[in-house]
Ligand binder design. Structure first.
Ligand SMILES: NC(=O)c1ccc[n+]([C@@H]2O[C@H](COP(=O)([O-])OP(=O)(O)OC[C@H]3O[C@@H](n4cnc5c(N)ncnc54)[C@H](OP(=O)(O)O)[C@@H]3O)[C@@H](O)[C@H]2O)c1
Length: 242
């Protein structure tokens, strides 16, 4: 006879997940969602940011080091069933592409690899951008000359991922805001889809999407562009009512 109150294991129990960029705003939300789902978590962040993970010190393994340092990544992803990596365009030292290349090279065969970036990344050139997004990109590209930001390196990073035969997902975030969760964001294959029009996602839900993507095989080798599920455009173009 079935027990009346069976213990249902959470999705990640017994599984090891590496979170690269764990000390950032998105990273810390991902750590929380991963722990809530029973994953054993290894977090990677710059040495100077290790204290930002102090709240989780007794619950996760933290490896300090630059995320584009191949030795750091090789050690961190060892034995991990999933790797979530935050791709950021900071600096002009190939930080994004170095991080992506190291993850692709060292993650164990068959591991789920989930990367974050923004809507500006396009896989097939079929995304349709508003003038606001285009203008923001022009400004971001100008920061290359101040040696602060290198958006082109994020393109190099995602081109590496798109041409890889690993089990990757590239999650493309809309503009982000803080606030309590509204649930799992909705997604479309291309920016320009009316469901994305509101261009806003809670950062905690972006993180939720990253973690949930690990167990969603329909997202393997997809680059979903996401938007908050309670935004006006999502409500207008999905079956969910307000
Ligand atoms: N912000 C947005 O509106 C927005 C919109 C769409 C998509 N996204 C995407 O969402 C993800 C997270 O973005 P976020 O804005 O929320 O930021 P975030 O989570 O706070 O992440 C910033 C990350 O960059 C690292 N970082 C900061 N300065 C750095 C530097 N000079 N050199 C190397 N690493 C540095 C941080 O590490 P430390 O903890 O060590 O500082 C942290 O891991 C990114 O993939 C981004 O492309 C963001």
């Amino acid at each position: 006879m079935e027990p009346s109150n069976p213990i249902v294991p959470q999705s990640g129990v017994g599984k090891r997940m590496c979170i690269v960029g764990a000390s950032g705003k998105l990273g810390r939300y991902m750590v929380r969602h991963a722990l809530d789902r029973g994953y054993e978590v290894v977090g990677v962040c710059r040495e100077k940011s290790v204290p930002k993970l102090a709240d989780y010190a007794d619950r996760i393994t933290v490896i300090g080091g630059d995320t584009n340092d191949r030795e750091v990544i090789a050690k961190a992803v060892e034995g991990c069933d999933a790797v979530l990596a935050v791709l950021v365009p900071w600096g002009v030292h190939d930080y994004s592409s170095g991080t992506a290349r190291a993850v692709l090279d060292y993650a164990k065969p068959g591991a789920r690899l989930v990367f974050s970036c923004g809507w500006h990344i396009t896989r097939d050139g079929k995304d349709v951008y508003s003038w606001k997004i285009k203008a923001a990109l022009v400004v971001a590209k100008l920061f290359r000359y101040l040696r602060l930001v290198d958006v082109d390196d994020q393109y190099r990073a995602t081109d590496l991922i798109f041409s890889s035969d690993t089990r990757w997902t590239v999650v493309r975030g809309s503009d982000l805001e803080e606030g309590p969760s509204e649930g799992l964001p909705v997604w479309a294959r291309h920016v320009g889809d009316p469901v994305l029009e509101s261009n806003m996602t809670r950062r905690t839900d972006f993180a939720l999407f990253m973690v949930e993507a690990v167990t969603d095989d329909s997202l393997v080798q997809e680059a979903p562009a996401i938007v908050g599920r309670r935004t006006p455009s999502a409500l207008a173009h999905t079956k969910e009512s307000a």
